[in-house]
Design a protein around this ligand. Structure first.
Ligand SMILES: CC(=O)SCCNC(=O)CCNC(=O)[C@H](O)C(C)(C)COP(=O)(O)OP(=O)(O)OC[C@H]1O[C@@H](n2cnc3c(N)ncnc32)[C@H](O)[C@@H]1OP(=O)(O)O
Ligand SMILES: N[C@@H](CCO)C(=O)O
Length: 378
């Protein structure tokens, strides 16, 4: 196997941590971080579908977005608090055809669904909390490269993902061009834009201003910063949808019998956002939200590489860039910027009324694009 960057340190023996439901765990040892320092004893949770062939050249990596996890496909159950977030994409005869492909999905470094993150124990047994280091998208990809090594995958047949997942796809293709045959980047960008960073600032402040945040060391307290996390989700969720969808779906309707003009009642859209806030606060760790949001803000494939265009020129993979036409958070111009820098890249458009979340909702269109891109030989 060859890599284009020197391997970073790993230490300690790898071991398979055994399954929980479909989810398996590997201990990767220590991972050196881009910003300095080392994360010791990194563990990654992952799931697989299908079989790795004898040549080891049929593996596909699916990269999840901010609040996703390794459970791309299948019902909820032990180890899987939610159903698959791209349910219908993986299986025999499906776009990620398990008769052809060995599909892998891992929970991201810094996450809260089995991989090492702020809520997992540090060496002293207490959760990392505020001590968890700053990690970048490159650190996350480096961790996935170590996982690939351990799974015996020298080169991915394809890597695909949307939003924050698309950031990791691009970083893979730029950092390890010889390890990626096909890259599919959906609803994403080569760098976090000023507006994206701006929306994230408000979300981070909402979490950090929650009195239950305790600087990130809230685990030993009874309550965590659910209110701040919920406000962050409300802000983010509006950016994930389109103005027209919200208008046509909710308009100025009150929530059932509530009276918004009375000072206490809610509009239906407020109730909808309350619902999404409560759901996320019930399933996601606020510190992970902070760590992953800061990682997204750090995203810039051009950093230290002579700029974005220079970095993208390293890509040798077949590159498909997928834009959602109503996406106001990762607008289609950002997909075209990527494609413009990679002469052989193809741009595909998903038509959706739903905005950025269209990459999760428009599963049939996404599936058709994925199947089409993967229909040929590597
Ligand atoms: C199913 C899961 O949770 S998968 C978990 C992992 N998820 C991920 O990784 C991706 C993150 N997920 C998401 O971002 C979102 O859940 C999406 C994109 C999948 C949601 O997309 P959509 O299917 O369009 O759902 P939508 O935004 O319309 O929300 C539907 C929910 O809002 C609720 N809702 C709708 N209107 C209202 C209202 N006026 N008041 C209160 N709740 C409302 C519905 O009852 C429904 O609740 P439920 O999801 O608990 O059943
Ligand atoms: N709704 C998605 C969008 C992030 O891009 C998530 O929560 O992961």
């Amino acid at each position: 196997m060859t890599t284009t960057s020197p391997p970073r340190a790993t230490s300690g023996a790898w071991r398979d941590g055994g399954p929980v439901g479909r989810r398996r765990f590997v201990d990767l040892g220590a991972v050196e971080l881009e910003r300095g320092g080392v994360l010791p004893a990194v563990r990654v949770a992952y799931e697989t579908w299908g079989e790795l062939n004898a040549a080891g050249d049929n593996a596909v990596l699916v990269e999840h977005a901010l609040t996703g996890d390794s459970h791309v496909e299948g019902p909820s159950g032990p180890g899987h608090p939610t159903p698959g977030w791209w349910d219908g994409l993986i299986g025999p005869g499906r776009p990620l055809d398990t008769d052809r492909f060995f599909v892998v999905a891992a929970n991201v470094l810094g996450g809260c669904q089995g991989s090492t993150g702020p809520s997992t124990p540090a060496g002293d047994g207490a959760p990392w909390g505020s001590r968890f280091p700053f990690v970048t998208v490159r650190d996350q990809v480096q961790t996935e490269a170590l996982l690939a090594d351990l799974l015996g995958i020298d080169r991915w047949r394809a890597i695909l993902g949307g939003s924050m997942g698309g950031m990791r796809v691009l970083e893979w293709a730029v950092t390890h061009p010889d390890r990626v045959a096909t890259a599919i980047v959906l609803a994403s960008t080569a760098y976090a834009t000023a507006e994206q960073i701006g929306w994230c600032q408000a979300q981070l402040l909402a979490i950090r201003a929650d009195p239950h945040f305790h600087g990130g060391d809230y685990y030993e307290h009874g309550a965590g910063p659910e209110t701040g996390l919920g406000i962050a989700r409300r802000i983010a969720h509006v950016t994930y949808r389109s103005e027209l969808e919200l208008h046509e779906r909710f308009g100025r309707d009150p929530q059932q019998a509530e009276d918004p003009l009375g000072g206490h009642g809610r509009y239906a859209v407020e109730s909808y956002l309350d619902h999404h806030a409560g759901k996320l606060a019930g399933r996601f760790d606020a510190n992970s939200y902070v760590v992953l949001t800061e990682a997204m803000n750090s995203h810039d494939v051009g950093r230290g590489r002579g700029g974005v265009a220079e970095a993208l020129s390293r890509i040798t993979a077949e590159l498909a860039v997928v834009a959602v036409d109503s996406d106001r958070l990762y607008p289609p111009r950002l997909s075209h910027e990527i494609a413009d820098a990679v002469p052989a890249a193809a741009v595909h458009t998903v038509h959706s009324d739903y905005g950025h979340d269209g990459f999760l909702i428009e599963i049939e269109q996404v599936g058709r694009i994925v199947a089409n891109v993967l229909s040929g030989p590597a």
